[in-house]
Design a protein around this ligand. Sequence first.
Ligand code: SAM
Ligand code: SF4
Length: 473
Amino acid sequence: MPSLPILDHEVFDRYAGLSLPRHVSYPMPNWWKPLDADEALAIWADVASPARTRGLSLYLHIPFCESMCKFCGCNRTIVRKNSKGAKDRTRRYLDALLADVCSRGRMFDRSRVVHQIHWGGGTPTYLEPDEIRELHGATREAFTIDPGAEISIEIDPRVTTRLQLETLRELGFNRISLGVQDFNPKVQKHVHRIQPYAMVDELVRHCRELGFESVNFDLIYGLPYQTIESVENTVRQTITLSPDRVAFYHYAQIPEKIANQRGIHHDAMPDSQTKLVMFLSAVVLFEAAGYEFVGLDHFAKSDEILTRAVENHTVHRTFQGMTTGAALDLIGMGASSISTLHEIGFLHNIRNPDEYADAIESGTEVSQRGMRLSHDDVIRQTLINDLYSHGAIVPGDLEAQFDIVFCEYFADEIERLRTLEADGLIEIDDQLNIQLAFPLGRVLMRNVAAVFDAYLSGDAFRTGELHLYSVNA
Ligand SMILES: C[S@@+](CC[C@H](N)C(=O)[O-])C[C@H]1O[C@@H](n2cnc3c(N)ncnc32)[C@H](O)[C@@H]1O
Ligand code: SF4
């Protein structure tokens, strides 16, 4: 294996100890506020305004899973299919989601073309093939979908059948994202997620045979009983299966809030120095295998659409990780879904699936939290997105896009950045172009972004309250 990059561990420890957001949104959801129906509807009216011609991206949330993984931080509800009342409960949710799709579709003029659809969860392949057809059929009726749209779905290899994959492919789904997490049997056993390599191998083969354009893996590092060697083995096994894209997530935990994480053996979790070596080893192994390192935690083959999006500046960081389609209005449907509305703001649906169904049935607006962006939010959001997506800030680009003089607008931030420059996280040239240094800046990217987060001040920085967000919706 090629050698690991050399890194100043004293500097790393000093910065890595801070509790900072990962900026899956800016501002982070803990700054959003409850909205009444009139406020939410006013935001929807702006997004659907006839003057707005922006393309659309759709997110549909299916919250159900057959069993609980101990590490899980997603918004999911465990409903065993053969348990009493399971059919009625999931049918009721699906009916509510169909109604939601229908009513959001009615808000938009048919000229607002959908370029991306993503089904997330929970486990979208909890749905049976006929339910999958029903939901996608309703989406097609409600919206105008670009024939070349990216249509993706998250699947759990343990519960996904060949018939479901055939149905998805036939409907036009072209991207599959597999929850893999880790291949080590001891780690899998502890986190309650047994899925042998052979199972994943078989599923990947089915996806390739059926012609899915892109097969992605989710991996997690920082889990109990992982060692540097075991994570390297998982990465090597992953490379053997040749996914087009890999999300390499750091294990995020809030056991005080997420009950299932309390069963984790915390004393068997790797410490921060070990996790750092795991991460750097993954960078080295993936790059040696021809993958490009994208954003904070993604790897993609050089011909993958994500890598191309980095080149043409259409990549952005969202609740679904790094994605393409930065200029689209993302409309979230289903419980807990988040709508990310370009230069307007965020809307967050009711999280609990039963309460969501109650609201839909009674005609109540389901987006009940969110915020409108100020002009300053939009500027900082753009800058933070550039930093995560491209590892750089280019003042000339921001000055061309917004009416600001970079060195005046960010005078305080530039001064604070000088310490990070001296510590080797960033390089700043005479025009104030800022570049993350490798490896320190890439692994401490959040510390650089935090300098530009106007909501991080005083106590929020110190108390760790910024950890209060879940992994996706
Ligand atoms: C909705 S799940 C993917 C689909 C399906 N439920 C599955 O698990 O295969 C989304 C992804 O979030 C990631 N994830 C969940 N909990 C996490 C946590 N606590 N820290 C980091 N990543 C997490 C996992 O990698 C998981 O694959
Ligand atoms: S990781 Fe996936 S399968 Fe496991 S509980 Fe979370 S959403 Fe469900």
